[in-house]
Design a protein around this ligand. Structure first.
Ligand SMILES: Nc1ncnc2c1ncn2[C@@H]1O[C@H](COP(=O)(O)OP(=O)(O)OP(=O)(O)O)[C@@H](O)[C@H]1O
Ligand SMILES: [Mg+2]
Length: 263
């Protein structure tokens, strides 16, 4: 009998604290190939922390994080860098280098992680910039771009290594609603056409349900609910229901209401 296929990503009972503060308290999560998993949760709940664990930037205290067959938390530096090149990351604030123009920002992973020639790199960069509709801005500096344009460039940069997995941290934060929808649709079309699995962190509900094929809710250090988007929408979990409705009535603010009231 052949071994079962590994998940694209798996977190198993992950615990992580910063100093005294417990952020992840037994997080378990599975992501299958071609899923677009939306992770939602309150500000400060640990969403970006989960993405950083998958990238191997942070170390956990106990539990395991797998990307395919690789246990990220156990790889040595060299192997981690190799594995990480198969994961694209789109950061919340785009994280483009201000000293490099658009072309050179997108080329960066190829220059650092491959031995490809200048011609090969140029070809890939042009192709990815065309995919996100930014080829004309190739020579511009990041400071000359709008927030939505920066996101597109950041997306092109995440694509150049032909990753199997892309992590998006708040892809539509800070964008106007129309551009946010454009970015959402770009994420859907690119992940579908390139057959990429993705994890998207967001607290914009419209965006979450537009993009996500699956949903997971992080609350008090645990994934309290996960499932298909449709089932998630009808969740009877009071925390999920409150989060989706944005209501102030429910368990989420309990205990902090008094604190807010006395401010
Ligand atoms: N390097 C660090 N050192 C100390 N504390 C940290 C560090 N990184 C994150 N934290 C803390 O861990 C908690 C979770 O942070 P994280 O950035 O994962 O939240 P988040 O869910 O992404 O929030 P947001 O929606 O505001 O981006 C926060 O309380 C934060 O202050
Ligand atoms: Mg965050």
């Amino acid at each position: 009998m052949s071994a079962p296929r590994p998940h694209m990503v798996e977190l198993r009972d992950v615990h992580l604290s910063f100093d005294e503060k417990k952020v992840l308290d037994g997080v378990s999560l599975e992501v299958e190939p071609l899923d677009r998993l939306v992770v939602m949760g309150q500000s400060g709940s640990g969403k970006s922390t989960i993405l950083r664990l998958i990238l191997g930037i942070l170390r956990l205290q106990s539990g395991s994080v797998f990307f395919k067959q690789f246990e990220i938390s156990r790889l040595n530096r060299r192997k981690l860098q190799q594995v990480r090149s198969q994961i694209g990351m789109v950061y919340q604030y785009s994280a483009l280098l201000s000293s490099r123009n658009v072309r050179d920002n997108v080329a960066l992973p190829l220059e650092e992680l491959t031995t490809k020639s200048r011609e090969e790199i140029d070809k890939i960069v042009d192709e990815k910039l065309a995919l996100v509709g930014m080829l004309d801005a190739k020579d511009q500096a990041p400071s000359e771009l709008s927030g939505g344009m920066k996101k597109r460039v950041s997306l092109a940069r995440a694509l150049v290594m032909e990753p199997e997995l892309i992590l998006f941290d708040e892809p539509s934060a800070g964008l106007d609603p129309v551009i946010a929808t454009v970015i959402d649709e770009l994420i859907i079309s690119l992940t579908e056409s390139s057959k990429v699995t993705s994890i998207i962190v967001t607290h914009e509900m419209d965006s979450a349900f537009r993009i996500g094929t699956k949903m997971a809710m992080l609350y008090q250090g645990k994934i309290i609910e996960q499932g298909e988007a449709e089932a998630f929408k009808n969740s009877t979990n009071p925390v999920v229901a409150q989060f989706l409705s944005g209501s102030t009535e429910g368990p989420i603010l309990e205990g902090s209401k008094d604190a807010i009231a006395t401010k």
